[in-house]
Each structure stands twice: as C-alpha cells, then as structure tokens.
Design a protein around this ligand. Structure first.
Ligand code: HEC
Length: 455
C-alpha cells in the first residue's frame, strides 16, 4: 500500500510537470526534495543505497542526496544509475528500475536550483523503506562453505558446492539466496544436483570450492565430488537460485515452478563472484529452502543458445586484437513455449547485445536490447507476464565485442586476441550466450503475471 501511494504521487507530480511544459520555469522553481525528489530516489535508488545493501552509501535522506547532488545529476542523466542495461524503449521486464525522462529532468533541475529541502519531517526512514519481503520461516537452511576472502582488492570467481542430505524426498517451492554481505558478494548462479537412491554414498566428499581460473568446465564436477559413484552425471536442474545486486528474490506464481528434492544432493554454484574487498573476510552466505507438499505442476525448463548451448555462435567466437566484431546465434523453437526470463551473457569486452524473435507470420517479438554492455550488471530479466513464443519462431541474437584499446573494460593492454576457450569461464576469455527459462505453453499463459507473486 505504502508503495502504491508513492507511485501514485510520482505520477501526479509528472502530470503537473507535463501539463506545464510551456511554463516549465515556474513549475521547476517549486521543486523540493520532500515532495518531488524523495519519491523518485526512494523508488529507484534506496533499495540498493541503504544499510546492508550493495550501494556504497545510503541515498534516503535529504543530506544523503544533496551532498552528492552534482554526481547524482550526472549519473542519472547519463543513465549510469540506477543500473539497468536493458533499453526500456525496446522491451519491459518485471521490477525494472528505469527513470523516465521527466524524472531525470526533475532531479537535474532540482540540483541546478540549489537543492531546496522542503518539509522533510514526514519522509520515510530506512526501516520503513526496507523492502525485504517477509517470506516466513524457511524449512531448511543450507550454508555455503566458509570461503576466505582476501583483502587484496581483487575480484574472486569461484565454483562452489553446497551439499545436503535430508530424511526423505520432498518438493521445494523456492530457493532463496542470502548473501553474507551485499557489498562483497556480487553475483551467484545456482543449480541443483540430485543423486538418485543408491547412486552416491557420501555427498560431502570432494572439494568445497575451486577458483574459476583453475578449472575447466569438463572436469569441475569430478573435482567437487558431484558425479555419481560410478562416474556418471547425476540429474542437474538448472538455475534454481540466482542472485545479483538489485535483483530481489521472488516466488513464481503458485501454478508454475517448484522442484522435486531428493534425499541426497547439492546446490552447485557454477558462478559465485566476490567483488574486490580491502579487508579479509569470511563469507557466510546461505540458502533458505521452502518445502511444499504439492508436486510441481509445471516445472521450469531452460536452454542456452551460444557457448556450450543448443545453437553455435557464428562465426566461431574469436575476437582479434584491435578489432570490433559481430557474432550471431539463432535457433528455431519446435513447440509453443512461454518465456519466463532471459539472461544475456558475455564477459569483459562485450559491447552490445540484442535478441529478438521472428514468428512464422513474420511478426517480430522484441526480447532485449543492451546498447552498452556492462559485465557487472547481468540481470535475470523476467518478463512482466509469460511471453508466448509460437512453434516455428526463430530467436536471433546479435553480440558485438570490442577488443580495442578504446574499450575501458579490455583486460589486456595492449589488446590480445580473445576467444571462447573450451568452455572456460575465465572472465578474460569470452562467452556469448542467451539463457532462456520457459514452460511449455498453455492457453491463457499470456495473462499470468510474473510480478509480485506471494508465497
Ligand atoms: C541495483 C542496485 C542499485 C540501484 C538501484 C542504484 N544504485 Fe547507485 N550504486 C550501486 C552500486 C553497487 C554502486 C557502486 C559502484 C558500482 O558498482 O557501479 C553505486 C554507486 C552509486 C554512486 C557513486 C558513483 C561513484 O562514481 O562514486 C552514486 C552517486 C549512485 N550510485 C547514485 C544512485 C542513484 C541516484 C540511484 C537511483 C536513481 C541509484 N544509484 C540506484 C547500486 C545501485
């Protein structure tokens, strides 16, 4: 309710601004923090810029914002903050955080006019703003093994195993990741490995984690003890839990999702990224697991296009030094499906990413456009409603890589040839993927909203 009121309030302000376009000066001269700016900041910035969240400082009170006014004006005008790489003029997603042009103008004018405070006595406190959903008590907590983080200001990319053993098979509705520190844990992609009865004696053998620089995708399961005792691969359910700053955990609507949870298994975090830290620390992230008696009715499936996926990158992903090069992936979908989310994935020298689908009728379905790829902000873009992709539709993906010295994210100076190396996940090698989670289509799926589902 609280949020609804705020959103309405912002809309009212915008209407006032819009109606007075011809008379902009007189309206903007009345801008003050309490009435006009705080609602925008609280809706779009505070979720990361509050205690214990990913942002480096709070952005809640008048003091928080006004002391950084010029920098904020610059970052919002350049659309660097809030971080949302997807082009909101191209496609929309659940929970997207994007400022409208009007909101940017309001912040900018307010800064230029000397940042008038207004009556700040009734503004929300950090506690009131804390959006953390109260999802009730989890049925099981699985702790990530203790990982030592060195205070050497370097990124750390790990592959991690979180094994478990429970009394009997059950069903799971959702798995929520709780990072120990949102300032250090940058992102995490988790999959579920399950051992059928009799296939695995001890789920706790093998290494707990391995630095990604030291692994090759082909051997990693063995090193972590994630193979059956006879050396075969156990079942893997992809992407059961994912985390990125700003991407809040949410349940799927009750009619979709869920997993069978066998007695023995492990969460397999193939990508756990810790950002640079200046102090030594021990990670204490954990997972909250919510059981249910109800078997999953419509399990979520996933496919990957591109590197390690169902359709190749064309031409082979090799970017010569000092070149900007374009690559494509395409695949035709054999059955009607409903898309839940898409994840564009590239590494450091990615420059832009574009995905769309063309139906047999010739109509285009825009999926996502990222004009300025940013390695640090790789969201799971979940659609607002299930999105139907009819059979015979072809999904096209285009990725441009910039391996010149002009690319500030180029890991090599001078530039060196960079390519896709045998499934290597090292950030200095490249990957090009579109990861798609979906359901097989059912009549009426288009009406199923993926926003704000409750436990
Ligand atoms: C999804 C989380 C998230 C949201 C939403 C967000 N920020 Fe940030 N912000 C960060 C993080 C993390 C950093 C640290 C630098 C980085 O990683 O880019 C940051 C850095 C900043 C900085 C410091 C930049 C510098 O160069 O020192 C400012 C100022 C800022 N944000 C303002 C804002 C404003 C204003 C908004 C809303 C309009 C906003 N942020 C929304 C996560 C967020």
């Amino acid at each position: 309710m609280f949020y609804r009121i705020k959103i309405l309030f912002v809309i009212c302000c915008l209407v006032v601004v819009a109606c007075n376009q011809s008379n902009k000066k007189s309206v903007s001269s009345t801008l003050n923090f309490a009435e006009h700016i705080a609602p925008i900041i609280h809706k779009n910035c505070s979720k990361c810029h509050m205690p214990e969240e990913a942002g480096p400082f709070n952005l809640i009170s008048y003091q928080d914002v006004s002391r950084r006014g010029k920098l904020i004006k610059y970052l919002v005008t350049e659309r660097i903050m809030p971080p949302w790489p997807a082009d909101a003029n191209y496609s929309h997603f659940a929970g997207e955080t994007v400022l409208s042009d009007e909101e940017i103008t309001m912040i900018s004018n307010w800064v230029d006019e000397g940042m008038i405070a207004g009556d700040t006595s009734k503004l929300a406190t950090p506690e009131q703003l804390k959006t953390e959903l109260n999802l009730g008590k989890p049925d099981l907590i699985l702790k990530v093994p203790h990982i030592n983080i060195k205070g050497n200001n370097k990124d750390m990319f790990l592959v991690v195993k979180v094994p478990y053993e429970i009394a009997h098979d059950t069903f799971v509705r959702a798995i929520e990741f709780v990072p120990s520190s949102k300032k250090i844990v940058h992102h995490m992609n988790g999959h579920l490995v399950q051992f059928t009865s009799g296939k695995k004696e001890n789920v706790y053998i093998g290494k707990s984690y391995v630095n990604q620089d030291q692994v090759n995708s082909q051997h990693i399961h063995k090193e972590l003890g994630l193979l059956n005792d006879d050396g075969t691969y156990p079942t893997l359910t992809p992407s059961v839990s994912n985390y990125l700053p700003g991407a809040y955990f949410s349940f799927y609507p009750k009619e979709i999702g869920g997993y069978k949870f066998l007695k023995k298994g492990a969460l397999y975090l193939n990508d756990m990224h810790f950002g640079p830290s200046s102090v030594d620390a021990i990670d204490s992230s954990y997972f909250k697991i919510y059981f249910t008696n109800i078997p999953p009715k419509r399990p979520v499936s996933e496919f990957q296009m591109g590197t390690l996926g169902i359709a190749p990158v064309e031409p082979f992903l090799r970017i010569p030094a000092n070149e900007v090069k374009t690559f494509h992936i395409q695949t035709t979908i054999p059955n009607d499906i409903s898309l839940i989310s898409i994840v564009p994935h590239m590494h450091l020298i990615g420059k832009s990413f574009w995905a769309y689908a063309i139906k047999p009728s010739g109509d285009t379905i825009p999926l996502i456009k990222i004009k300025n790829w940013d390695f640090r902000w790789q969201y799971f873009y979940q659609f607002k409603n299930l999105l139907k992709i009819p059979r015979g539709t072809t999904i096209y993906v285009e990725g441009i890589y910039d391996n010149t010295a002009q690319n500030p994210f180029n890991p090599f100076s001078p530039p060196r040839e960079i390519y896709e190396r045998n499934g290597s996940m090292r950030s200095t090698d490249e990957m090009f993927q579109l990861i798609v989670t979906y359901l097989s289509y059912k009549d009426g799926d288009e009406k199923i909203s993926l926003e704000n589902a409750k436990p």
